[in-house]
Design a protein around this ligand. Structure first.
Ligand SMILES: [Zn+2]
Length: 128
């Protein structure tokens, strides 16, 4: 599906409802009034945020460098999976979520039929 701010906001709402995200309450302040720095147009639905307000909750302990700290995968049809990869900056703030199908080898479908959760991965020191 075309990657617009409206698309990103739909995914944000969906993510906030996922009980399998233990830190979803900490995502709410980022997603309530997001400032986007990038909406990828390769066919994925990834978005980056440009939000550095000091009162935003930290999702990881501050470190040397940021990066991916959390992944959720769901089954789609035809042996494909929908993947959500969460990233932080070195201060521990959310910088974006990559939303892609099977390692970004396929575009995100227009109306994905999201199946069961197949994988949750979390880095140490993150997402308490
Ligand atoms: Zn992309």
């Amino acid at each position: 599906m075309a990657n617009t701010e409206a698309t990103a906001k739909r995914w944000m709402q969906w993510l906030l409802e996922r009980e399998e995200i233990p830190f979803r309450a900490s995502l709410a302040p980022y997603f309530a009034n997001p400032t986007f720095s990038r909406l990828c147009d390769c066919g994925c639905n990834s978005f980056d945020l440009a939000m550095t307000e000091k009162d935003l909750p930290l999702l990881c302990a501050p470190g040397e460098r940021g990066g991916m700290f959390f992944e959720l995968d769901y089954e789609l049809t035809e042996d494909r999976q929908l993947e959500f990869l969460f990233f932080v900056d070195k201060a521990g703030r959310l910088t974006g979520v990559d939303i892609e199908v099977s390692g970004n080898n396929f575009p995100v479908p227009e109306s994905p039929q999201i199946g069961k959760l197949t994988n949750v991965r979390q880095s140490r020191g993150c997402a308490p």
